[in-house]
Design a binder for this molecule. Structure first.
Ligand code: PLP
Length: 373
């Protein structure tokens, strides 16, 4: 783990290393984690509401800013209500057990995030795992699951290792056909996918068909911490009564709430940041492909540069850092054997020059290590 003694941002200082390193491996998709207005909102919330609540929500840990943020999240996603958690990991850990009984079924994409897998482990529903984005397999599993009382299809909206986007239109059609609910984890979509950054459901035109959204405040929405569930009011009411990470863990600190609230204000005022992010992503993907690299996924700021070999990914990432670009190699067991890669993440605050510099460095390093001819 590197330990920068500076703020998160495209320019970064690394301990023991030089200044002016360009960070291409954060989930800081919109650059809001160092946005002056976001930081000011955190300071104001800290001064007005204090460091923290020393309490869980239902005892004496809810302030007006928590309720305001929940209302804002619901409005942003065009849903009835929302509930805050300390993280999206907690939101995922708390939902399935509260919602599903042994008479129900949950159908989960095999590549879903670890926190969805853990959340599902905690519930007593019947578990089906369908092949990654395979609609034939999902349909077969839905047919089998007809014998259960209620069916919930659970998928990441965007998958963080490959930068691929779940086929939500098809999933929602199948859900309709087999009377199932749809749950999506939007950690890598909220704030920037879709014309107004609402997420995968907006991008694919199914905002009215997805029932439940879980997402994080720790990535595009200011990057501090926190997570939430948004959806129908009766579901949110149920979670407030039954969801264990909500009931038995401390309230989000006011400064963190202030950051997320300001990030949402900025996004609801204008879609300019989300749009600029899409243009930067397009620039990186097309220049890298033209240089001869294979980039997995499509139209997503997660741009995995596929290399295959674990050692190659590690030495190339190290050599990129020598050229002032901070990226990370991923290999087995984080990704399947033979699918090692360097995962690049684009941010709205990368300049075109930053992106071009990154592509040039990749091209040099790729030639040096034999990844390019
Ligand atoms: N879901 C997905 C798809 C994620 O990528 C992550 C974080 O990496 C989480 C959930 C957990 O989010 P948080 O950091 O808010 O706990």
């Amino acid at each position: 783990e590197k330990t920068p003694p500076s703020r998160q941002g495209p320019p970064l200082r690394l301990a023991g290393g030089g200044a002016g390193i360009l960070n291409f491996c954060a989930n800081n998709y919109l650059g809001l984690s160092s946005h002056p207005e976001v930081i000011r909102a955190a300071v104001e919330a800290l001064e007005k509401f204090g460091a923290g609540l020393s309490s869980v929500r239902f005892i004496c840990g809810t302030q007006s800013i928590h309720k305001d943020l929940e209302e804002k999240i619901a409005r942003f996603h065009q849903r009835e209500d929302a509930i805050l958690y300390a993280s999206c990991f907690d939101a995922n850990a708390g939902i399935f057990e509260a919602l599903l009984t042994p008479e129900d079924a949950v159908l989960s994409d095999e590549l879903n995030h670890a926190s969805i897998i853990d959340g599902i482990r905690l519930c007593k529903a019947n578990k089906y795992r369908y092949k990654h984005m395979d609609m034939q397999d999902l349909e077969a599993k839905l047919q089998d699951a007809q014998k259960h009382r209620l069916r919930l299809v659970a998928t990441d909206g965007a998958f963080s290792m490959d930068g691929d986007i779940a086929p939500l239109r098809e999933i929602c059609q199948l859900a309709q056909k087999y009377d199932a609910l749809v749950f999506i984890d939007e950690c890598h979509a909220t704030g920037f996918l879709g014309p107004n950054g609402r997420g995968t459901d907006e991008l694919l035109g199914v905002m009215d068909k997805v029932t439940i959204i879980n997402s994080t405040l720790g990535k595009a929405l200011g990057g501090a911490a926190g997570g939430y569930t948004t959806g129908p009011k009766p579901l949110i009411d149920l979670l407030r009564q039954r969801s264990r990470p909500y009931l038995f863990s401390n309230s989000l600190p006011p400064a963190v709430v202030g950051c997320a609230s300001k990030a949402l204000d900025l996004l609801m005022e204008s879609n300019a940041i989300a749009q600029s992010m899409a243009a930067k992503t397009q620039r990186f993907r097309s220049k890298m492909t033209a240089a001869g690299f294979t980039i997995s996924g499509k139209d997503h700021p997660i741009c995995p540069v596929m290399l295959g070999d674990a050692r190659l990914a590690a030495v190339m990432a190290e050599d990129m850092l020598n050229r002032g670009i901070y990226v990370i190699g991923f290999s087995y067991p984080v990704v399947p054997k033979g699918k090692a890669r360097i995962r690049v993440q684009i941010s709205a605050v990368h300049s075109d020059e930053d992106i071009d510099h990154c592509v040039e460095a990749f091209t040099e390093v790729g030639r040096k290590h034999g990844a390019l001819p």
